[in-house]
Design a protein around this ligand. Structure first.
Ligand SMILES: [Zn+2]
Length: 81
């Protein structure tokens, strides 16, 4: 196993490991909860990092949820091109 700075948490020095997380955003009118979001997680402090393409897809999912005007929108992560 190679140990590069990219795999080390800048906050606590713990190991970053790939996994999934739940993304929640409160838009006041709508609470959006997105499950199974691929992320890099720190095994020590639990900090999360999202890849750019994942963040972009999340943005689209949130926009989509907003347009439906539900009080709470619970969905699974999906890639949006
Ligand atoms: Zn950490």
């Amino acid at each position: 196993m190679r140990s590069t700075a990219a795999n080390i948490c800048p906050l606590c020095g713990g190991n970053k490991t790939p996994g999934t997380t739940t993304f929640t955003v409160d838009l006041k009118e709508t609470l959006v909860v997105v499950g199974n979001v691929p992320a890099t997680l720190c095994s020590l402090c639990g900090n999360e990092w999202l890849a750019d393409e994942v963040a972009a897809s999340l943005e689209s999912i949130v926009e989509d949820a907003k347009s439906r005007n539900h009080l709470v929108e619970v969905t699974q992560f999906r890639k949006v091109a």
